[in-house]
Design a protein around this ligand. Structure first.
Ligand code: SF4
Ligand code: SF4
Length: 411
């Protein structure tokens, strides 16, 4: 019997009791939990525990412990697994490398499969949108209104419109992600301005589809795999050599898929692509001379999906790029790498928790004295901008790509 056949045999044997054995892909995560020495470091560093207390969210260690229960009892953790933002801080500080964010995904997947009634309603709504449209946000009903909204944003930001390009055999696929495709269109447009300025040979998809991250986070394995397969099909059809995104979540998810499904294709966040492939010298030539913008002090926000799920190097690249822009002074916030609360789909059902998590960032941002905050992710940008506005702060917020595109010389 092969390993896969043994798994199917055990699965079918236990089916009546609604017990699902761990699949071989999950065993590493399960073993990581067995290493826990109860030091409690993860609890001390968890931003959700800090924001709402252990009565509301018992914290990473107790989620990890769920895996030592017999699988049918996973349902009892439904009230807490959906409050994890997936920031990865617990995994980063854990001396035994316990992979709590993966445990959360695993438990959510089991709940989704066996007790969908326990999945928060807000997540079912997102799921229905993805299943119907292959996108995590409802597409615009009227395409003309979408264009009008895009043009208003571009005019407000002083950005030119660059025609969409869809072609085969380009070097780079620019994948904006659902939010920049349907909501924060200025980020998608700003990236095109940057690509065209540096003469990057790129293409968009003929038709966008979600990368599958929201489905992974809600435990909908079938849909996440369908989204990954659809994206792969499009990438292979286009024959691109690299994928570049402007979203932190898409970067980490597509990188993981590319490794898992052996796409053999590198995946970059736009910040990495600019620093590593375009190069700081060219960026300096384009951005280092005088422009119409007055001097500005900026602070940055580090998205969890970049620094803890992809690479901390990416945010050093972001700072290096900001420093070559004429008139820009960078100041570092004390909570620069603290979770904004926008991850893990928490805001879709427990907005009060997501907004409590971001408070630490807001206070630290105000303390820097910066005029602006920039972040290389549409989700973090929206979450911080909405909460800074609510708090009455005068700090303005930009996505990093918009900030760069605005400061490129116009030809
Ligand atoms: S930090 Fe790691 S070892 Fe310590 S309690 Fe948390 S999961 Fe266990
Ligand atoms: S991933 Fe973040 S929010 Fe989730 S348990 Fe770990 S530290 Fe807490």
């Amino acid at each position: 019997m092969t390993e896969e056949e043994s798994f199917e045999f055990v699965k079918n044997t236990l089916k009546e009791e609604r017990i699902t054995p761990y699949h071989k892909d999950e065993i590493e995560t399960v073993h990581s939990v067995e290493e826990c020495i109860n030091c409690g470091l993860c609890i001390n560093h968890c931003p959700v525990v800090a924001a709402v207390g252990v009565d509301r969210f018992t914290g990473p260690r107790s989620i990890a412990v769920e895996l030592s229960r017999s699988p049918p009892e996973f349902w009892s953790s439904a009230d807490k697994v959906y409050l994890c933002t997936g920031c990865g801080t617990c995994r980063e500080v854990c001396p035994k490398n316990v992979n709590v964010p993966e445990v959360v995904n695993l438990v959510r997947a089991r709940i989704f499969e066996h007790r969908p009634d326990l999945v928060p309603k807000g997540l079912h709504v997102v799921r229905e949108t993805i299943v119907e449209h292959d996108l995590a946000f409802e597409p615009w009903e009227d395409p003309e209104e979408k264009v009008e909204s895009r043009d208003v944003r571009l005019e407000h930001l002083g950005l030119p419109y660059v025609e969409d390009i869809v072609k085969k055999d380009a070097e780079v696929l620019f994948y904006p992600g659902c939010q920049a495709e349907e909501r924060a269109q200025e980020i998608r447009e700003a990236a095109k301005v940057v690509f065209s300025h540096f003469k990057v040979d790129y293409t968009l998809l003929d038709e966008m589809n979600c990368c599958g991250l929201p489905s992974v986070l809600m435990g909908d394995d079938k849909t996440s795999k369908r989204m990954a397969a659809l994206l792969r099909e499009k990438i292979e059809f286009l024959g691109v050599k690299k994928v570049v995104t402007t979203c932190a979540g898409c970067t980490s998810n597509i990188s993981d898929i590319s490794i898992r499904d052996e796409w053999n294709i590198p995946v970059y966040h736009m910040v990495e692509y600019l620093a590593e492939e375009v190069g700081l010298d060219k960026l300096n030539q384009a951005l280092g001379s005088s422009n119409e913008f007055s001097d500005v002090t900026v602070t940055v926000h580090d998205p969890c999906h970049l620094i803890r799920h992809t690479s901390r190097r990416t945010m050093q690249d972001a700072i290096d790029i900001l420093k070559v822009i004429n008139g820009v002074k960078v100041v570092i916030s004390e909570a620069e790498d603290s979770c904004c609360g926008g991850g893990g789909l928490v805001a879709y059902h427990s907005k009060d928790v997501a907004d409590a998590v971001v408070q630490e960032n807001l206070e630290a941002i105000d303390k820097t004295g910066a005029h602006r905050l920039v972040a290389p992710c549409p989700l973090c940008t929206a979450q911080i901008e909405a909460n800074l506005f609510k708090s009455g702060s005068s700090v303005e917020v930009d996505d990093l790509m918009v900030f760069i595109a605005q400061r490129l010389p116009r030809k």
